[in-house]
Ligand binder design. Structure first.
Ligand code: ATP
Ligand code: PYR
Ligand code: K
Ligand code: MG
Length: 576
């Protein structure tokens, strides 16, 4: 194997208490030619008494002795297949999440979805029994272990929200204009007409006569005409439909009456579901009806003490309150879901597109993965083809550079879940390639995230490396990462080539499944960077995925020595 190398190594050794900002000098040679030679960084002569940053160039042959690693590489079989069919550039970047329900919970259906590119399974704990969810999780783990998939598992908490438990029918009920309905927390005999039972006895606290009650963001509207105890008598002002489990909101003078704080973000059942998730080895918890950053921090702390395997916490933005505290929630969480279904109950529908764009933007700025969810292809619950408007909606989320798209009822109860997944695949691949052609990633502004010098170096390296990778049109970016941080710094630049993120930590691998453009691979890593590079290139080559003449850009954040407080990072461009 003749590997031509060009490399930029950056290392910092911080001793000074008040670090000064280093200046990097990259000579033109270092990024243009393929076989230039230069100053080689020597670990043993590296000065220790002061903060230093060096940029070195390495010759075509690595002289460092490399320890030979065992050649075992785990790459998701669906990604591998896509790579063979479409090549590096054709590999889909936007991740796909499927809600699993009765329509797709069998081993065969799950495998079909995994082959169709499903990266993450979502289990909505609102529905079905824990035993049912356990079977699904175990089936997914079996598929991963026995068939070589890499599908992560997310549980989505039920959360506390005021909703309808009984409206007198198992299906939808028409609401006529002018009809007067009783809203109560009391259980009633189902034959009593025009009565709605809610799940929470304090549902009408703070509500006055004259307030407006809106069902499911506009399915029907009522005016509160009388309040007796906690019961409300309401007259229909805008006729429509009551669906099972309908959600409602109260409005006064055209503004939402905010009352989410009355209920705990995580109920007793949610905590029990989380315990269950920990014991089943899930990868993500999506927290419903988050109202502040404290609840996220609380759950993260809890998980870090209770689960030996790191579990990522995603905050669902589905209330006006959470949108108003967006930045602090994004900062506290490991990722975000734009839960457009319930969000549409609390904000006017016409605001959803701009709210979505704002949320995706903030997530890009703060480098947190974001999922756009709900009703993406709703018509496909019944029909085998989407509406043109749905395809436009999906494409818009991809154009905004969301990390992931999610199917809900389309896969959970729909007849055409696998077709809906294929539509997401096609629409996202198409929009990604258009965005590449248009060079749209230049519109992404990167906010500096790191405070310490080492973190800032990592960010700068990744930003520059993506520019190099795009300009040189390398086939792939290889990054070696313990916790996925470097991979995320690449991902946030939305590079043209795919990012192959090699890690030896299974939970890191599963967490990277939500990151745009990152293909996670599990491999044994050593402290020896050169050995890691050599082995992984040869493993990818032996699978026939890299050919003679292909080029890869390689970045490593694996620290070469553990005994010194030394951070070492390098960029290399290799021609295979
Ligand atoms: N595990 C399941 N068992 C039975 N039905 C399910 C299951 N998961 C989802 N469904 C069905 O699919 C529909 C859409 O699912 P989804 O979980 O996305 O609902 P949602 O209301 O959008 O989510 P949330 O309750 O978190 O707001 C649900 O209304 C439900 O009928
Ligand atoms: C996904 C979800 O919870 C919602 O859209 O409301
Ligand atoms: K939920
Ligand atoms: Mg919801």
């Amino acid at each position: 194997m003749a590997i031509t190398t060009n490399s930029i190594h950056m290392c910092s050794h911080v001793v000074a208490k008040t670090p000064k900002i280093p200046s990097f000098k990259l000579s033109e040679k270092s990024v243009s030619g393929v076989s230039c030679t230069g100053r080689k960084w020597k670990r043993n002569v590296f000065p220790r008494a002061q903060e230093t940053v060096q940029v070195g160039l390495e010759g075509s042959e690595s002289r460092r002795k490399s320890k030979v690693l065992e050649g075992n590489l785990e790459l998701d079989v669906a990604a591998e297949r896509e790579l063979r069919e479409k090549g590096f550039l054709g590999l889909r970047k936007t991740k796909l999440v499927c809600t699993v329900g009765p329509a797709c919970s069998s081993m065969e259906e799950l495998e079909r979805l995994a082959l169709g590119g499903m990266n993450v399974v979502r289990l909505n704990m609102c529905h079905n029994t824990r035993e049912w969810h356990r079977d699904v999780i175990r089936n997914i783990k079996r598929l991963n272990e026995e068939k070589g998939f890499c599908v992560s598992v997310m549980i989505d908490t039920e959360g506390s929200q005021i909703h309808v438990v009984d409206h007198g029918s198992p299906s939808s009920v028409k609401v006529e204009e002018g009809s007067v309905w009783l809203f109560t927390a009391e259980k009633f005999d189902g034959s009593r007409p025009l009565t709605v039972q809610t799940n929470y006895e304090g549902f009408s606290e703070g509500i006055n006569v004259g307030d407006e009650l809106v069902i499911d963001g506009g399915m029907a509207c009522f005016e509160v005409i009388e309040k007796i105890g906690s019961d409300l008598h309401c007259r229909c002002s805008d006729p429509g439909l009551f669906l099972p489990g309908a959600k409602f909101s109260f409005w006064r003078d055209g503004r939402l009456v905010q009352r989410n704080h009355e209920l705990p973000t995580l109920s007793h059942k949610d905590w029990a579901d989380i315990e269950f998730g920990i014991s089943e080895g899930i990868d993500f918890v999506a927290m419903s009806f988050v109202n502040d950053a404290d609840s996220i921090r609380h759950l993260k702390n809890y998980l870090s003490t209770k689960s030996c395997r790191p579990i990522k916490v995603l905050a669902k933005i589905e209330s006006l309150e959470s949108f108003q505290k967006l930045e602090e929630i994004v900062e506290a969480s490991d990722g975000i879901m734009v839960a457009r279904g319930d969000l549409g109950v609390e904000i006017p529908l016409e605001k959803i597109p701009t709210v979505q764009e704002d949320i995706v933007h903030v997530c890009r700025q703060l480098n947190k993965p974001v999922i756009v969810a709900s009703q993406l292809l709703e018509s496909m619950v019944e029909y085998p083809t989407p509406t043109r408007a749905e395809v436009a909606d999906v494409s818009e989320a991809v154009r905004q550079y969301a990390d992931a798209l999610m199917l809900s009822a389309e896969s959970a109860i729909g007849l055409y879940g696998h077709k809906a997944l294929a539509v997401l695949q096609m629409a996202s691949s198409r929009m990604e390639s258009w965005s590449r052609e248009e060079n749209r990633q230049r519109f992404l502004e990167q906010r500096q995230l790191g405070v310490s010098l080492i973190d800032r170096i990592a960010e700068q390296i990744c930003n520059s490396a993506v520019e190099i990778a795009n300009n040189l049109a390398v086939d792939a970016i290889f990054v070696y990462t313990k916790h996925g941080h470097m991979a995320s710094l690449f991902s946030r630049n939305r590079p043209n080539p795919p990012v192959f993120a090699f890690t030896d930590d299974d939970s890191t691998r599963m967490a990277m499944n939500l990151q745009w453009g990152v293909t996670p691979l599990l491999v044994d890593l050593s402290d020896d960077i050169e050995a890691n590079i050599k082995v992984t290139i040869s493993l990818i080559k032996s699978k026939g995925l890299l050919e003679e003449g292909d080029s890869v850009l390689v970045v490593s954040d694996v620290t070469p020595t553990v005994s010194t407080p030394l951070s070492f990072q390098s960029i290399q461009v290799k021609k295979v």
